[in-house]
Design a protein around this ligand. Structure first.
Ligand code: URA
Length: 281
């Protein structure tokens, strides 16, 4: 088996996850193919990436300096936008800047490669994320993993975070004052990671980064800009779980993001409203 096996395996798994029709390989039998994929699965996947343990709630409330502790209580957006990654994480983990801190089990800061070329931005932690302190680990997260895989990306190669770092009670929609309090953490994460492309999953992420009220249906399928960062907007995986017809457009959007990440800027000026766009093939 050559190295081509791993991307092939990811591609085939992604197709299955997205409900694509089977691939027919006329030159090998089904059992030969299954055997090859099983070998590939064992050989190339290796041990699961080490999971970043979520800090216990008590540990989370202890920033390393009095100044960081002060910022966690009453820091301004401007001050949060000056922090380095470690400081940002410490302040976020102890944050009391909105009422959501009262009901949380864990702050879900975000996880992944600190030099990731692609950053996924979701809405807010759900119950499993609140319990574990990790983003996108419930059912929507499993679908996200498969969708990333379908464009040849492993979860540990990208960075995954949310607009809100604390779970809204009962998974209700984020409130404007919560977004205002929490979004400086997201914006600073993006600046520090400095990715090649952002993917906003769902309307809260898209609207927060683009400052628009447009629907996902109108924003998806092309590349926008958040500051200097190309941004692709797509459906939230939780929405695709409810409406499987959205998996395919999400896959297409992720292919756009993948191309931008790989260096095809995908940006073409002159679209209406000064927006930059990339047409689907
Ligand atoms: N939905 C989100 O938007 N983010 C998560 O982390 C989990 C579910």
């Amino acid at each position: 088996m050559t190295d081509a096996r791993e991307p092939l395996l990811r591609y085939l798994e992604g197709r299955i996850a997205l409900g694509e029709p089977p691939v027919i390989l006329p030159s090998i039998t089904r059992s030969e193919a299954l055997e090859a994929l099983a070998e590939g699965g064992r050989d190339v996947k290796g041990p699961p990436p080490e999971e970043e343990a979520a800090p216990a709630a008590s540990e989370a409330s202890a920033p390393s300096t009095p100044e960081l502790a002060r910022l966690a209580r009453e820091g301004t957006a401007e001050r949060i936008r000056e922090l380095d990654f470690q400081e940002l994480r410490e302040v976020a983990l102890a944050c009391q800047r909105c009422a959501l801190h009262e009901g949380r089990q864990h702050v879900v800061f975000g996880e992944g490669a600190s030099d990731a070329r692609l950053v996924c931005v979701g809405e807010a932690p759900g119950s499993v994320e609140d319990e574990t302190g990790r983003p996108f680990v419930g059912r929507a997260g499993q679908l996200l993993d498969l969708m990333l895989m379908s464009v040849g990306l492993r979860r540990d190669e990208v960075y995954i975070c949310n607009v809100l770092k604390c779970r809204p009670p009962g998974n209700r929609n984020p409130q404007p004052e919560e977004i205002a309090a929490c979004s400086p953490f997201l914006l600073q994460q993006i600046d520090l990671i400095d990715p090649k492309v952002l993917v906003a999953f769902g309307s809260f992420a898209a609207q927060t980064l683009l400052g628009t009220r447009e629907s996902i249906g109108r924003l998806r399928g092309r590349t926008h800009l958040y500051g200097r960062f190309p941004l692709v907007v797509t459906y939230h995986p939780a929405a695709s779980l409810r409406n499987p017809g959205w998996k395919r457009p999400t896959w297409e959007d992720l292919q756009i993001a993948r191309r931008v990440m790989d260096g095809d800027s995908g940006l073409r000026s002159g679209a209406p409203g000064g927006e930059l766009s990339l047409d689907l093939p």
